[in-house]
Design a protein around this ligand. Structure first.
Ligand code: ZN
Length: 284
């Protein structure tokens, strides 16, 4: 197989129609003939959303996508746990690397957003989150949240409701960055896991991390009880579920369960333990 191509395939802009999987394969818009995810350990470059999994949620510019494996294609029900391998590992890799993923919708998907027949290339999406969950059928599934990376969607939304929407979005983003600044100042830019404080010519650097994600379906609150001040390394490891905070405040590696640190807390920055528990349950 030739190397994976990320991004748009020349000659096939968003909206391109394909009668079947063979055509998608020939155009190299989505190469596998059966798998919903085109991906491996190096990353994932495309997915097909066609209603093959009961836990999929298509919200238009946002998709909560179920990983592959453990699925009976005849009934579309889960019959075994899913693992973070093959295409599932590929989507997680694309999230880490920021690779863009082509999204193709098929006729079997949510009727609101899917073509009436065949398949349609619907543009580039970014993987913004992945976690495991118990699916409707009781087995472990991996879930991926993808958001449209197409610049036009933003404009379309604005056109539909110009003033209230942009105002509320602006307000929310401003509040979020104010909270981030506040959390970092509380800790004087020291990582709450390792205590490191990065200094640059422009001043200290740290990142504010949300413990429970803000987007659907986590719906974590945008407040400082749901935030941590972390160094970039620990921010990445925490978001990826590589480390977690135990109920007693010990910071542990997910795979080995080895203690790597102690959560540093301050009386004026109370962290809500329920959010740490949510992170443990769904990411670690
Ligand atoms: Zn750190």
């Amino acid at each position: 197989m030739p190397p994976r191509t990320y991004g748009e395939i020349p000659g096939f802009p968003p909206g391109s129609q394909f009668t079947n999987r063979e055509r998608l394969h020939a155009a190299r818009v989505h190469r596998p003939l059966q798998a919903g995810i085109s991906g491996g350990a190096d990353g994932a470059d495309s997915i097909v959303v066609s209603g093959g999994y009961v836990d999929d949620q298509d919200l238009g510019i946002e998709i909560v996508y179920t990983g592959h494996g453990g699925n009976d294609p005849a009934t579309k029900r889960q019959v075994a746990d899913q693992e973070l391998v093959r295409g599932n590992a590929g989507l997680a890799r694309s999230e880490l690397e920021g690779f863009l993923v082509r999204v193709i919708r098929g006729a079997g998907g949510d009727p609101l957003y899917s073509p009436h027949s065949g398949f349609r290339y619907d543009g580039l999406f970014r993987v913004v989150d992945h976690w495991h969950d118990r699916g409707k059928d009781g087995y472990r599934i991996w879930r991926f949240r993808l958001e449209s990376a197409e610049p036009t969607t933003e404009v379309d939304d604005e056109a539909r409701s110009p003033v209230p929407r942009s105002r509320s979005v602006m307000h929310r983003l401003m509040r979020r960055s104010e909270l981030a600044v506040e959390v970092k100042l509380f800790h004087q830019h020291q990582c709450q896991f390792c205590g490191i404080r990065l200094t640059t010519p422009a001043g200290p650097y740290a990142e504010a991390a949300h413990i429970r994600g803000l987007g659907r379906p986590h719906d974590g609150p945008d407040e400082i009880g749901n935030m941590l001040c972390l160094c970039p390394n620990h921010h990445v490891l925490f978001d990826a579920g590589a480390i977690y905070v135990d109920a007693d405040g010990t910071v542990r590696e997910t795979v080995t369960r080895a203690a790597v640190g102690e959560l540093r807390t301050l009386p004026r920055h109370a962290i809500d333990e329920r959010h740490l528990a949510y992170h443990r349950e769904h990411y670690a």
